[in-house]
Design a protein around this ligand. Structure first.
Ligand code: GUN
Length: 282
C-alpha cells in the first residue's frame, strides 16, 4: 500500500498559490464567518486562516454568537458582497438551527463563493463551465493527479451524498470520465458495490465504517471522513490498519483529504480575485 500524502501535496499546491500571488504583487482577501462555538469548526477556521497567512492572502474573521439572528448574518454577507476589497466569502457550516443554510449560501455573491456551494456554481459544475471548484472533491482529484492515478474509465464508488462532498465528487469524477456510483445510508448491498470499485471515496463520518472486507484488492481509497474517538484521537471512515492490507493507495486521517480541502480553498480565493478583477472570464 502506498500513502496518498495530502499534507505534502497540499503544501505544494499552497506554495504554487503563494508564488503566483508574490510574483504578481496582488493581495486577494478571504472573509471567513463562524457562527457559534462548535469546537471542530473553530479548528477548521483557524487552519484556513493559517493557510491564508502562508499564501499571502489577507483573511478577515467574523465570529458571531450562537444566538445570532439570520437577518444579522445575511446583513453581514450583504456588506461583504459589496466590499470590493473582499474576494472570497466563506461561512463555516454547520450554522445554528435558527439560521437556514440554504438562505446563507444563496445570499453569497456567486463570484465570491469560494466553497462552490451557490446554486449558480453547482449548475456550472454539472455543466462543466466552472472556475471555482468544490474544495474537498477538487482536493481529492488533485491528490489523484499528483500521484498519476487517472480516473478515466474506472469505477468510482462514492459513499455519501452530501452537497459538500458526495454530489460534487460525483460531478468531478464524471467530468474525468469515471463510471460513478453514489451510495448512501439507504443503499442496499453497499459491500457488494464497493467490491466492484477501482476507486472508493468515503465521506460518511463514522469511525472505521469502511472495513477491509468492503475493499477490493488493489483499490484506491480516499478517506474524507473525520471523527473523534472517545480518547480524542482523530479517525477516518476507513479501518486504516486493516484496509491498508488490501488497498493499493490510501489516504491517512489526519494528513490526507483535509489539508487538500484547504489548499483548493486557497486556489479558489486566487481564482475569485481573478474573476473579480477581470483577469479571467466568469
Ligand atoms: N463545513 C465542513 N466542511 C466545510 C466546507 O468545506 N466549507 C464550509 N463553509 N463549511 C464546511
Amino acid at each position: 500500500m502506498q500513502i496518498l500524502d495530502g499534507k505534502a501535496v497540499s503544501l505544494a499546491v499552497k506554495t504554487a498559490v503563494r508564488d503566483e500571488i508574490a510574483k504578481e504583487g496582488i493581495a486577494p482577501c478571504l472573509a471567513v464567518i463562524l457562527v457559534g462555538n462548535d469546537p471542530a469548526s473553530r479548528v477548521y477556521v483557524n487552519n484556513k486562516k493559517k493557510a491564508c497567512a502562508f499564501c499571502g492572502i489577507r483573511s478577515l474573521e467574523f465570529t458571531l454568537p450562537e444566538n445570532t439572528a439570520q437577518e444579522e448574518l445575511l446583513g453581514l454577507i450583504d456588506d461583504l458582497n459589496r466590499d470590493e476589497t473582499v474576494n472570497g466569502i466563506l461561512c463555516q457550516l454547520p450554522v445554528p438551527k435558527q439560521i437556514s443554510e440554504k438562505e446563507v449560501i444563496a445570499r453569497i455573491n456567486p463570484k465570491k463563493d469560494v466553497d462552490c456551494f451557490h446554486n449558480e456554481n453547482v449548475g456550472r459544475l454539472w455543466t462543466g463551465s466552472f472556475r471555482l471548484k468544490p474544495c474537498t472533491p477538487a482536493g481529492v482529484m488533485a491528490l489523484l493527479d499528483h500521484y498519476g492515478i487517472d480516473p478515466d474509465g474506472k469505477h468510482c464508488v462514492v459513499i455519501g451524498r452530501s452537497n459538500i462532498v458526495g454530489k460534487p465528487m460525483a460531478a468531478l469524477m464524471l467530468e474525468r470520465n469515471a463510471t460513478v456510483t453514489v451510495c448512501h445510508s439507504r443503499t442496499r448491498n453497499l459491500k457488494e458495490i464497493c467490491l466492484q470499485a477501482d476507486i472508493i471515496v468515503s465521506a460518511v463520518g463514522k469511525a472505521r465504517f469502511l472495513t477491509a472486507d468492503m475493499v477490493p484488492e488493489g483499490a484506491v481509497v480516499l478517506d474524507v471522513g473525520i471523527s473523534r474517538l472517545p480518547d480524542g484521537t482523530l479517525c477516518g471512515d476507513a479501518d486504516f490498519d486493516k484496509v491498508k492490507e488490501k488497498a493499493a493507495w490510501l489516504t491517512p486521517v489526519p494528513g490526507g483529504c483535509g489539508p487538500m480541502t484547504i489548499a483548493v480553498l486557497m486556489q479558489n480565493t486566487l481564482t475569485a480575485y481573478r474573476i473579480q478583477t477581470g483577469a479571467v472570464g466568469k
